[in-house]
Write a protein that binds this ligand. Sequence first.
Ligand code: PR8
Length: 468
Amino acid sequence: MVENFSEWFHDILEEANITDSRYPIKGMAIWMPYGFKIRKYTTEILKKLLDKDHEEVLFPMLVPESELAKEGIHVKGFEDEVYWVTKGGQRELNEQLALRPTSETAIYPMYALWIRSHIDLPIKYYQIVNTFRYETKHTRPLIRVREITTFKEAHTAHATKQEAAAQIEDFIELYKEFFDMLGLPYIISKRPEWDKFPGADYTMAFDAIMPDGKTLQIGTIHNLGQTFAKTFDITFEDKDGQHKLVYQTCAGLSDRVIASIIGIHGDDKGLRLPPIVSPNQITIIPILFKKGKEEVLSKCMQIKEQLESAGLRVNIDDRDIRPGKKFYDWELKGTPLKLELGPRDLENNITIAMRRDDSEKIELSLDDNLIDNIKDLLDKYEENLSKSAWDFQDQHFKFATNIDEISELVEDGNVVAFDWCGKEECGKEIEDKTGYDILGIWKDSKKDAKCISSGEPAKYVALIAKTY
Ligand code: PR8
């Protein structure tokens, strides 16, 4: 899998019925039923987390050119990626309309109307929509798409700079919680000036290391300062009667979350899904012979109902095919736990359980403890999934003390930390010399540390890696 991750990834999407990329527009694919369910459960987790102190809204997909063009830096960042609607039927439109590449310019003119006084603040809205980006880099299903089908974007406005900065920290905590629930490791850094979101004061990013050693940006949080407030005239009357500009933040996640669940947890046999997003958490495989068939099936049904009433998602694979093929299929689809039940097991009042992450066969008694025992196995599986993913990341996080070392370590699929003076010119030189991208600032340098390239006093420990 690691040897040819890209091929593995494409194959698994098709074989596990996640997406079909044969749709005749590049960068746009179909969510197939199994993938759609994983997407649904993943989205539900995020919604639950956001709903604690955000409200969900839904904006139109089209943005008038006049609004999109208002914020100079923002539009410059996106101008090569915008799809335009220019006609309505046969008629040319008076004003062309953009298919949102993101929704700042759709949402903020409305914030200007809605926000009047300090009592209207903070405002914290989010939406889960599709956005369109005419990506010029190589497209890849879920990873770099032209229609981002599950764009989860949150947009906040605040009375003070401090509140906006605190919101950034809140988003970081929220995203950590979200990724933790999926067992996904991440590295958080502050993007360099030349790679921040167009229009932002600064960008905080979550990156994950994929099995091929390339990092994938799986979430970003932007402090927008007052840039958009100035452009769209978003003001409020403060307690002292003065009119002031708001401070804003926004944060976004995409289909890449699913790509990392698949890539980071998967193995040679296929998917290994975290129970929380797995369409089936338990798959029951009846071992059927002519004799005793009805009894075995009816016991399987009974176990299914019992587990379902404990809140678990369960399916029975009663297809008329060899059990071996069923095992193979559910391994490929990453079902966390399989239960096997045949006539002899029924006689002994047991079932054989098998976790997806090891092939150990565990005998479980079909007694009152069944549900607890199964939940325990699922918990252990979930823990192990997360642990092995974090172990992989830790093993691929290295420190370099000179430029050549950076190149070697990154080439071997590591994220590499190094001391940096923080100057843009120097950062770009490091990128040029190594041919890799600086992800961002990880933390402050230790006292007396020297920049790896300029030799000047180092300000930060920066990260560099191969990126998607
Ligand atoms: C914003 N505005 O837009 P961002 N395919 C898949 N995922 C993608 C792609 C793509 N082509 N492009 C970006 N992403 C802000 C925040 C509202 C919300 C994913 O920010 O441009 C990346 O994981 O940084 C990225 O971190 C996230 O969408 C947000 O996009």
